[in-house]
Design a protein around this ligand. Structure first.
Ligand code: PLP
Length: 389
């Protein structure tokens, strides 16, 4: 284990920037909606969810992205984006209705670094993951052009994460255009993970994949599904609530899979979710908290390391400076914990070595999820740490 044998400095209080779990308070008013639906426990919830929930999701897609999706057959509830992102691979890979099961070696293409679930989902679906490295000089965009044609030819599913974890980078319209073209040519499905879409720092919100498809006149969202959730948007990671939206045919196959999978959303959770999707005020307030925190912390760290404000998300993805003459993310994280009791994640742990290198090496991820004061204190300690080593 990473920190085994590392003794955190006992003279300092522990501060963790390690885990990417939202820590702003959950809006208390949502409790009433949850508890008010207690009677829903008396019956099995439908896998497709109640129409009222899908309508609330459709309304949100309309106000956020100006999209008109039909709640009847273009939207499904998922019990968090993690669950949806995992189970879509089980639905898509080697499904004769979607893909050619005879493909000699099915690939699932994913970004590198990446959210771990994509990899496990690919392997458990019987596919081989193919890792596409992020390019720091191109705002951490993935090097999609480096994927060999033989891989695209056997690709059945592509994961995209926008805004990205850990990079915070947003996929641009021209990137989407390229990915849609590849999907048309090689027939693979795109699963777009957008769970960080509401935490952003510029005046324009991040582009959604469905929004990009609509802008490019792909009105049927061919081969495309977008996944999101309330975990980060509404600070409710424990609710396990999100939704998937996109092409009708894919939604139909996914619904069939999910009926067997048994991941229907509880009626209580649905009721609280409807209320959360219908309210934007708490999302604006939450975003303001992150903006304030990033505005305080980022310039402090930028004095001592290569880091800048991301497009979106709640991570800083920084290049580590040399410590005692070496530039090593793991050694940096261990020494920081030992000397200043601050936990950060080494970037190489969030990526795989592929095509001869690990694109997370030499970087760390800092999750600015704690209160501003605690994050500022962590940044102060890191400045001292870097100056003293
Ligand atoms: C990139 C990314 N996708 C998906 C998830 C899953 O979030 P949830 O299942 O709570 O929606 C996370 C959680 O940290 C994440 O970082």
């Amino acid at each position: 284990m990473l920190f085994q044998g590392t003794e955190p400095n006992p003279k300092m209080s522990p501060i963790s920037l390690g885990i990417g779990e939202p820590r702003h308070p959950t809006p208390a008013w949502l409790k009433e909606h949850l508890l008010g639906a207690f009677d829903a426990l008396a019956s099995y919830p439908p896998t497709a969810g109640d129409l009222s929930l899908r309508q609330a999701c459709a309304n949100w897609l309309k106000s956020r992205y100006k999209l008109n999706l039909d709640p009847k057959d273009q939207i499904l509830p998922i019990t968090g984006s993690r669950e949806g992102l995992f189970s879509i691979a089980q639905t898509v890979v080697n499904n004769p209705k979607i893909n050619d099961p005879k493909a000699n070696k099915p690939y699932v293409v994913l970004p590198n670094p990446f959210y771990q679930i994509y990899e496990g989902a690919a392997i458990l679906a019987g596919a081989t993951p193919y890792y596409v490295p992020s390019i720091p000089e191109k705002n951490f965009a993935m090097d999609w052009a480096s994927v060999p044609t033989e891989v695209w030819q056997n690709t059945q599913l592509l994961y995209v994460c926008s805004p990205g974890n850990p990079t915070g980078a947003e996929v641009t319209l021209s990137e989407w255009e390229m990915l849609f073209k590849l999907s048309d040519e090689f027939g693979f499905v795109i699963a777009s993970d957008e769970c960080y879409s509401e935490i952003y720092f510029r005046s324009t919100p991040p582009l959604g994949s469905l929004e990009a498809a609509e802008k490019l006149a792909r009105h049927d969202f061919k081969n495309l599904l977008a996944f999101t959730s309330l975990s980060k948007r509404s600070n409710m990671p424990g609710l396990r609530s999100g939704f998937v939206a996109g092409q009708r045919e894919l939604i139909k196959s996914f619904l069939l899979y999910r009926t067997y999978h048994g991941s229907a959303m509880s009626g209580m959770v649905q009721a609280a979710s409807v209320a959360a999707w219908n309210d934007e005020a708490h999302v604006v307030a939450n975003r303001a908290l992150y903006r304030e925190k990033f505005a305080d912390v980022t310039p402090m760290l930028a004095e001592v390391m290569d880091v800048r404000l991301p497009d979106a998300g709640f991570y800083l993805w920084a290049a580590v400076p040399e410590i005692n003459g070496v530039r090593d993310d793991e050694a940096f994280a261990k020494a920081l914990l030992a000397q200043y009791n601050v936990t950060v994640l080494p970037g190489s742990y969030l990526a795989r070595e592929a095509q001869g290198f690990n694109p997370g090496a030499g970087r760390i991820r800092m999750a600015l999820v704690a209160e501003t004061q605690e994050c500022v204190q962590a940044a102060q300690r890191m400045v001292q740490f870097i100056q003293n080593n």
